[in-house]
Design a protein around this ligand. Structure first.
Ligand SMILES: [Zn+2]
Length: 230
């Protein structure tokens, strides 16, 4: 449901913003109180200039967005016909990174814990049920919309009855147009985010595999500086 950008841009959108022409980060701001519709005024509050409602006292805090992604991988088989280890990637159907491969995931909803949100996103985007095993890393959220935040990356594993295929066919839906398993030798290079590159690089270089060179990050858009004044 919550894509990497559609939620982010909503967070800072002006009530009358035109969706077809996203404003630069500095222009994306709330102009009216969401409680009483009084025009907001910039006031020095809690150490920064913040939009404050002069009528009801509402203070708009630009809180960070929190996204979750899941590295769903399977170990190599150990039999004579043992399968290669594989990782599940999705091709994004929305910006940012539209058309590029990424780990499945998305933004947390309000009141949603990270593991539950990740399980929901995996199910929505791939039709697969997973267990959330461990936190791998936390990355700066990359969004050109002006929203700032973090991506929590988790190791996940399939949660399905024993005896089923080690690589059940994913069903792409929601924010993705394609979902498939990749062996280490066939990982795509058109990847959506720095976090995707870093996590796949680490997965590829796990024990027993020839090391890949470190991913290039210099050409990627830098994460936006946190803005203290909207
Ligand atoms: Zn108000």
């Amino acid at each position: 449901m919550a894509s990497m950008l559609s939620s982010a841009s909503a967070a800072g959108a002006a009530p009358n913003a035109r969706p077809a022409a996203p404003a630069a980060p500095a222009q994306r701001r709330f102009r009216f109180c969401p409680h009483c519709a009084t025009p907001l005024e910039d006031v020095q509050k809690f150490g920064a200039l913040r939009p404050v409602c002069p009528a009801c006292g509402f203070v708009y805090f630009r809180d960070p967005k929190v996204a979750v992604v899941g590295l769903l991988s399977t170990p190599a088989g150990d039999g004579a016909e043992g399968e290669e280890a594989r990782v599940l990637l999705v091709r994004r159907g929305v910006q940012p990174g539209k058309g590029l491969w990424a780990l499945p995931g998305g933004f947390l909803d309000a009141d949603e814990l990270p593991a539950a949100g990740l399980q929901r996103e995996l199910l929505e985007e791939t039709g697969l049920r997973v267990r959330v095993d461990s936190l791998l890393d936390i990355y700066t959220l990359e969004t050109p919309s002006g929203a700032t935040g973090f991506v929590m990356a988790f190791a996940t594993s399939l949660d399905q009855p024993a005896g089923r295929s080690a690589h059940p066919a994913p069903v792409a839906a929601d924010d993705v147009t394609e979902a498939r398993w990749f062996a280490r030798s066939e990982l795509p290079t058109d990847l959506a985010f720095n976090s995707t590159r870093a996590l796949l690089h680490a997965w590829h270089n796990q024990a027993g595999e020839p090391a890949l060179p470190a991913p290039h990050t210099a050409a990627q858009p830098a994460a936006p500086e946190p803005r203290r004044t909207p």
